[in-house]
Design a protein around this ligand. Sequence first.
Ligand code: NAD
Length: 248
Amino acid sequence: MLLKDKTAVVTGGTRGIGLAVVKTYLENGAKVALLGSREETVKKALDELKKENAAWEVIGYWPVLSDYGAVKQTFEEIRDHFGSLDILVNNAGISARESIYEYDPDNFRKIMDLNVTAVFQCSKAAAEIMKPQGGGVILNTSSMVSLYGQPAGVGYPASKFAVNGLTKSLARELGRDHIRVNAVAPGVIRTDMVAALPKEMVDRLAASIPLGRVGEPQDVANAFLFLASDLAGYVTGAVLSVDGATMT
Ligand code: NAD
């Protein structure tokens, strides 16, 4: 029960890595608000979680994350509902792999809106609640491509380099407010995002990973559990790789 009596918000909590984080936090005693892009997927995830354990305290919202007013209002409602907001997990993200010659500039903007601007906006709304509370934890979802780049789809790695920048800078800015800020950088993880990639590409990646397998959402959720908990009380500004030592 590493998160007993803590409250958490997880963006992109309806499936994949985010849903694994939501479950892991609930199993460890936290109360959780999961955020998704659509009412339908949020309600479906809540139903599944309630079926698994009716005692879990979990609620859902679907604000537009690029709208700061909507995010601020949602976070204040969550704080009022649970009595505090202790942990934010910025997990929602999208990717693309077009070459720069095919890249629609609107798609570049969409990736930046969700993967970078929404992370900034959720962090700002959370910090404004956490500071007067006496502290909190902000966790971001980076990627192994934030270390190496990738050979196509420049918007995605560029957005994750920015996530690392937000992480390291906010850690320095918010340390004195007792708000720790860290990121997890997953490798190839078995989620819908990876299912959308060509199978040969996933097989080739798995074969090249020193630990010999693709990661599971639970591998990543375990890192988010550690970083959210008091075990990581002196860890801030870190980007923790969870990638089986993958080098792409
Ligand atoms: P996924 O596609 O399975 O889930 C994405 C989540 O983001 C969903 O809950 C979805 O509702 C939410 N989302 C998508 N668009 C949204 C929007 N416009 N507004 C609000 N929410 C939105 O993805 P995943 O693989 O679980 O990835 C989660 C995070 O992990 C992302 O930030 C991704 O970049 C990162 N990541 C994933 C991998 C991987 O291999 N799967 C590797 C490295 C990093």
